[in-house]
Design a binder for this molecule. Structure first.
Ligand code: NAD
Length: 475
């Protein structure tokens, strides 16, 4: 197994390693429109080669012990750390997110942290029954080849969420990154593959047709998907004939409920980052904020003050903590939803008027008050820097509004009384409910959606089990 970490001094060195010698698809910086690099245009034939090679490599990888595979994941974490700045610069240029704030450097750091945490989990066979009648044990065996399809918002981190537990459990992996952010994933895999055995980890940089072929592939045993609910449904359909295992991390429209006893000034910065992390392009970001009428104006004022202090601009400028939308389609979604809100007479606290004539897809940090719960900006996932703030008068009403949509990824309750907040949290239909924070994921704590936000769990020992075939041995 290779153990030497390759060092790439700059993003240009990384690009030189991953770009095709000629041709490929141009990738532009969403902040400036400048050319970042060229991505290979892999086809379904390339996917076939990758799946065959991953299949051939899998038995030897599965034959290693957990300790040996964990050591490989720790070496992968070392390799990511050794190349952290070059990776962060490339990620910033391709995705648009700034280097600073909870953005590009943070994402690369999370990749290393998740690799190490996933290497460290203990997974022993579980003794289910052991008495005079007999013994039954639960084991988790490798599944085989795992396909992983990812989105463009956190391309490196989500790839690690998929590949780390899959590899740890003795599977080999074929990744299919978003066509908007292939370079980030190709670069990450280039770095990690420097310390993994050949063919254990592949990346196929293709479009939707490659994703469809991966979902339907008879030699792929499990598919991990992170992306929109609409695409998730298509994948469930195209995977059906193979009965492959699925983990579905889909879209959300997370509600936050601020109870009347919360301290508006104390919670404002955490509310802001709960909503605007990665400029709002985050699955489990706060996307609808319900505030009790007693403190509604105070919360609106405190949030507006925090928003005014957060510079937005080109990612490589060290001062910025907010960036552009990653692509024009997402910019248009946000602009249309905010227009629907302002057309309805909702009150603009901040933002809402993008400057025309700029090269990048910048949409200003937008806060919208006095908005109805059925307005499209509330009812649909905006996935961008525009937060609707809805007034409520009773907690029952707030809980009903929070539960009123068909998605349920995350949610949050904000209060000075943790017990009161826990009682409200228990009534919310979401995979995770945070108290006095939002979106704080942890590699040790399982994460997954309720309702149309998906099924299956990632992270922690529960996440490892979703990458294994449960097998009972009974005697
Ligand atoms: P998307 O669904 O448009 O695309 C995701 C991936 O699916 C891309 O790689 C794309 O090429 C591929 N794809 C598209 N059509 C396909 C098909 N028919 N078969 C197979 N693959 C196909 O999602 P996106 O716009 O990249 O990401 C944004 C969405 O992802 C948001 O809804 C967000 O909430 C969600 N998301 C969820 C999580 C989570 O953990 N639950 C995390 C991040 C993002």
């Amino acid at each position: 197994m290779p153990t030497a970490t390759t060092s790439f001094a700059t993003d240009a060195d990384l690009l030189a390693a991953i770009q095709p010698s000629s041709g490929g698809r141009d990738i532009h910086d969403p902040a400036t429109g400048e050319l970042v690099g060229r991505a290979p245009e892999h086809t379904v034939a390339d996917l076939e080669r990758a799946v065959s090679a991953a299949r051939a490599a899998q038995p030897a990888w599965a034959a290693l012990t957990h300790a040996e595979r964990s050591a490989a994941l720790n070496r992968a974490a070392d390799a990511v750390e050794a190349n952290a700045e070059a990776l962060a610069v490339l990620l910033s240029r391709e995705q648009g997110k700034p280097l600073n704030g909870p953005n590009a450097r943070f994402e690369v750091g999370a990749c290393a942290a998740w690799l190490r945490a996933t290497a460290g989990f203990e997974l022993e066979p579980e003794v289910l029954v052991d008495d005079e009648g007999g013994r039954a044990e639960m084991h988790y065996r490798p599944l085989g080849v795992v396909g992983a399809i990812g989105p463009w918002n956190w391309p490196m981190m989500i790839s690690v969420w998929q590949l780390a537990p899959a590899l740890r459990m003795g599977n080999t992996v074929v990744l299919k990154p978003s066509e908007y952010t292939p370079l980030s994933v190709l670069a990450l895999v280039e770095v990690i593959n420097g310390v993994l055995p050949a063919d254990v980890l592949h990346v196929v940089s293709g479009g939707r047709e490659v994703g469809e072929a991966l979902s339907a592939h008879k030699n792929v045993d499990k598919l991990m998907f992170t992306g929109s609910t609409a695409t998730g449904k298509a994948i469930i359909r195209s995977s059906a004939d193979t009965v492959k295992r699925l983990t579905m991390e889909l879209g959300g429209n997370d509600a936050g409920i601020v109870l009347p006893d919360a301290d508006p000034k104390a919670i404002a910065a955490d509310l802001f980052w709960g909503a605007f992390i990665n400029t709002g392009q985050t699955c489990a970001a706060l996307k609808r904020l319900y505030v009790h009428e007693d403190i509604y104006e105070e919360v609106c004022t405190a949030l507006t003050e925090v928003a005014a202090q957060m510079p937005m601009g080109v990612g490589l400028d060290e001062a910025n903590v907010l960036g552009p939308l990653q692509n024009k389609a997402q910019f248009d979604i946000v602009a249309d939803l905010v227009k629907a809100a302002t057309d309805s007479g909702a009150r603009v606290l901040a933002g809402a008027n993008p400057e025309s004539g700029q090269p990048g897809y910048f949409y200003p940090t937008t806060l919208i008050a006095d908005i109805d719960n059925d307005n499209p900006l509330v009812a649909e996932e905006q996935f961008g820097p525009a937060l609707p703030i809805i007034k409520y008068s009773s907690v029952d009403e707030a809980v009903a509004m929070a539960n009123g949509l068909d998605v349920g990824l995350g949610a949050s309750v904000w209060s000075s009384d943790k017990e009161a907040a826990r009682e409200v949290a228990a009534r919310i239909q979401a995979g995770t409910v945070w108290i006095n924070k939002h979106g704080a994921v942890d590699p040790r704590v399982p994460f997954g959606g309720a309702k149309a936000s998906g099924y299956g769990l990632e992270f922690g020992v529960a996440g490892l089990k979703h990458l294994g075939q449960p097998q009972v041995i009974s005697y």
